[in-house]
Design a protein around this ligand. Structure first.
Ligand code: ADP
Length: 205
């Protein structure tokens, strides 16, 4: 069977990726969220959590057997090599699970949403990239209203992400999310129609 059409959806923190992907879900399109997958692969009894425990020690688990994120974060901060070891375990597990979930999807096309789609090799899993774009001021305003993070922390995250200009150059489609949510949805609707028709063409190849 021909693989389904896979749309990659990305954008910086607070740009409106989740808002856009929820709209696509209301249209019956299945969404695989890389952030959610990253949490799923380290849930209790997942092979990646056992591998982390084997690599670092029992202290990585809390009393309930769940990953002690705070302790691991502090450890990584103090030991330069630890991040590489951790990512060597989690990245392949995340990639494998994303591929499986994309393959299992049954909607006309499927979306992979990830803040690091273009920064990592995740974009290679997709046929086309949609960028949800917003000015840095809007990103900060929205992310600081949503999260309990300080403006300083949000600025640091923005600086660690790929610059907006570079993302604009790599994306096939761009929606500037600078108005009301209804304005965002109005821009997504014709793109959805386009993706449905690309997906249909791909199916008949
Ligand atoms: P991301 O997933 O890219 O980090 P979100 O979709 O979570 O961003 O958007 C960040 C916050 O801003 C959320 O609380 C969301 O509801 C809100 N938001 C997104 N787009 C708009 C918009 N066009 N108008 C008003 N609020 C918005």
């Amino acid at each position: 069977m021909q693989a389904p059409f896979i749309l990659g959806l990305t954008g910086g923190i607070g740009s409106g990726k989740s808002a856009a992907s929820h709209w696509f879900e209301t249209q019956g399109i299945q969404v695989v969220d890389a952030d959610i997958v990253a949490r799923e692969v380290v849930e209790p009894d997942q092979p990646a959590l056992h591998a982390i425990q084997a690599a670092f020690g029992d202290w990585v688990l809390d009393k309930t057997g769940a990953l002690n994120r705070k302790a691991l974060r502090e450890h990584i901060f103090q030991h330069a090599n630890a991040r590489k070891v951790l990512e060597g375990i989690t990245h392949p597990a995340i990639r494998q699970s994303i591929i499986q979930q994309l393959q299992d999807a049954t909607s006309p096309y499927v979306i992979l949403v990830s803040p690091l789609l273009l920064e990592t090799n995740q974009h290679e899993l997709t046929d086309r990239v949609l960028l949800i774009d917003a000015s840095e001021d809007l990103q900060i305003e929205r992310a600081s209203q949503r999260d309990r993070q300080s403006i300083q922390q949000i600025r640091q995250i923005i600086q660690a992400q790929m610059p907006r200009k570079q993302k604009q150059q790599l994306a096939h489609d761009i929606v500037l999310n600078d108005g009301h949510l209804s304005h965002l949805y109005a821009h997504l609707e014709p793109l959805h129609q386009k993706y449905l028709s690309i997906a249909e063409q791909k199916k008949s190849l």
